[in-house]
Each structure stands twice: as structure tokens, then as C-alpha cells.
Design a protein around this ligand. Structure first.
Ligand code: CP
Length: 327
């Protein structure tokens, strides 16, 4: 079959934990203690038709740190799609140039369309309001790593998802991945009009999890083990839709101190919006160890290395490929 990462629907609890064991093997490379050249000679095509810092650079860095090379194109204006070239033609052309592609595109389903036109591995780097599977994987990896440090189990945990749950593709992928575990309590805290889509509520409920919807941050966060804040995806809808989004939805130190214990983990996929009037995640938690946002971004490297290792079939070679750094 084809080697693709399009949706978290592809995973079972077992296969996701297999991937994380490979990510653990990648940690010495991510931490610059070891080097590997298992992807020597391979070329990655990074096709980003929407803004990105983390996903584009960390997929590129992960590929390079395994010995491969990266070709980048960013934005419609720098690709021939600006001249009307189709997804099908673009995918066919790129297949002759590179050995794998990571694609971000503003339309839901577009990355699957790229993948259909090629036999090389394709990774969904975010398809509009659809999915962002690699982000959800690194988020789950982070939660499991943090829980392991704290001596907690994910089964039975209380996860609070906050903010734009309608257009935030990361939370769509994340709730599906978390639902692979048992007996979770999800508190979904969103302003009116930006609630989690019904199909995801139904799917998650059917899998035996408890879902509480709340429009009050203060009520919803009580007793949470994980707070996952998100940015309002203003680029995806008209401003009138977010009338209900106020500073009351901001995750900050005061509310975390008030509602949660010392072991809570505060997460955000980033970018957080630092402009005036944005209320997703305060900077007043920056030096608080409960804030895991930069541990999330760090984990993006080993998890994305593991994704490439599996898609390119070299996961069995990683352990013996490790060499000491010479720099
Ligand atoms: N979290 C995330 O996808 O970040 P970028 O948009 O910077 O890639």
C-alpha cells in the first residue's frame, strides 16, 4: 500500500505507541548527542501553501538530521499553482524530483488529493480546517512524556480543550488520538459559534468518553490534568462570528492557579497570537514549569523523524545508525 500520513484515523493505540518508541530512539539525535545518516541521498519536498514556522522547519530539520536534504516552496505565489496548475499535475511533477512530500494547503481534503496522484510518501502538514496529524502526534507524545514524569496515566485523565474548537484542525486530530485511550473526560470550552463539530462529539462519546461542553473557562478548567489552549483561526472565517470571544477565554497564571493543581500541563500548538486583542494564552506563564509549549515544539523533531523513518521504511536501521557527534 501507499505510505502516507493524512489523518490520525490511520492509527490504533498500538501503532501510535510503536511510532513513539521510534521517536524515543530519535531523541539522542534531536538532542544533538548523536548523528545518523539513514536518509542519506533522500530529498524531501516541503510544499507549504499557507504560513508555517514550526511544521515546515521541524519537518525539514528532522529530514536533514537523518542525513536527507530538503527542497522548499512556500506560498502560492512561489509555485506554478499561481498560474493555474492543478494539484494533480503539481503532485506528478514533484514525484519526479523528490522522495517524500510534506504539504500544507488551505483546503480540507487537498492533501489527500496530492497523495492520490503519487506513489511517494505524502504527509499532511495541515489541510485547512481538516486535520494536522503530525501536530496531534507530537502533542500526544508530549502528554505521555509529561505524565510519565509525573507518575500519571492517560487513561481516565481530564483534558480541557480551550478556544477555537471549530476551525482548529489540531484539536480535531488530537481529540481523535486521545480517544484511543480509555475513560477520558473532555471539557470543551469554546465561545459561542466556535464549538467542536458535532461529528467529533458523537465519535468521541461513542468510544465511552465523557464530554462536558462549557462556555466558562473558570468552571471548565477545575481539576484538569491538561489544558490545551488554541488560537482563534481568524483567517478562516468572518470576524462577526467571534463576537463571543473575550479575555474571559484567556488561559493565564491566575486562572491556572485558581482552578488546577501543581501538576497540570498547559499546552498550545502555537503560534499563540501576541497581538493586542488576542486572548489565547498569556505570557505570564512563560517561566512556569507547568507550561509545556516549548517542550511540545522540541518534541516535534523526534516525532517527525519517526514519521519519516516509518514512511521511508528505515525504522529498523535507526538504532545501529547512531554515531557520536564530531562537532
Ligand atoms: N503548530 C503549527 O502548525 O505551527 P506552524 O503553523 O508554525 O507550522
Amino acid at each position: 500500500g501507499k505510505h502516507q500520513l493524512l489523518s490520525v484515523d490511520q492509527f490504533t493505540r498500538e501503532s501510535v505507541e510503536d511510532l513513539f518508541r521510534i521517536a524515543d530512539q530519535m531523541q539522542p539525535i534531536a538532542r544533538r548527542q548523536k548523528v545518523s545518516r539513514v536518509l542519506e541521498g533522500a530529498v524531501l519536498g516541503n510544499l507549504f501553501f499557507e504560513a508555517s514556522t514550526r511544521t515546515r522547519v521541524s519537518f525539514g530539520a528532522a529530514f536533514c538530521r537523518l542525513g536527507g536534504s530538503v527542497c522548499d516552496t512556500t506560498g502560492f505565489t512561489f509555485s506554478s499553482m499561481a498560474k493555474g496548475e492543478s494539484i494533480y499535475d503539481t503532485s506528478r511533477v514533484m514525484s519526479g524530483y523528490v522522495d517524500a512530500m510534506v504539504i500544507r494547503h488551505p483546503e480540507k481534503g487537498s492533501v489527500a488529493e496530492f497523495a492520490q496522484a503519487t506513489n511517494i510518501p505524502v504527509v499532511n502538514g495541515g489541510d485547512g480546517p481538516g486535520e494536522h496529524p503530525s501536530q496531534a502526534l507530537l502533542d500526544l507524545y508530549t502528554i505521555l512524556t509529561e505524565f510519565s514524569r509525573l507518575g500519571k496515566l492517560l487513561d481516565g485523565a481530564h483534558i480541557a480543550l480551550v478556544g477555537d474548537l471549530k476551525y482548529g484542525r489540531t484539536v480535531h486530530s488530537l481529540i481523535k488520538l486521545l480517544a484511543l485511550y480509555r475513560g477520558l473526560k473532555f471539557t470543551l470550552i469554546a465561545p459561542r459559534g466556535l464549538e467542536m463539530p458535532d461529528y467529533l462529539l458523537e465519535e468521541t462519546g461513542k468510544q465511552g468518553h465523557t464530554i462536558v461542553q462549557s462556555s466558562s473557562l473558570e468552571e471548565g478548567l477545575v481539576g484538569a490534568d491538561v489544558i490545551y489552549a488554541t488560537r482563534v483561526q481568524k483567517e478562516r472565517f468572518a470576524a462577526e462570528e467571534i463576537e463571543g470571544y473575550t479575555p474571559d477565554f484567556q488561559v493565564n497564571k491566575a486562572i491556572v492557579d485558581k482552578c488546577c493543581g501543581p501538576d497540570v500541563i498547559v499546552m498550545h500548538p502555537l503560534p499563540r497570537d501576541s497581538r493586542e486583542g488576542a486572548h489565547d494564552l498569556s505570557v505570564d506563564l512563560n517561566h512556569d514549569t507547568r507550561l509545556a509549549i516549548f517542550r511540545q515544539t522540541d518534541n516535534g523533531i523526534p516525532v517527525r523523524m519517526a514519521i519519516f523513518a516509518v514512511l521511508l521504511g528505515v525504522e529498523g536501521l535507526v538504532q545501529h545508525s547512531l554515531r557520536d557527534v564530531t562537532w
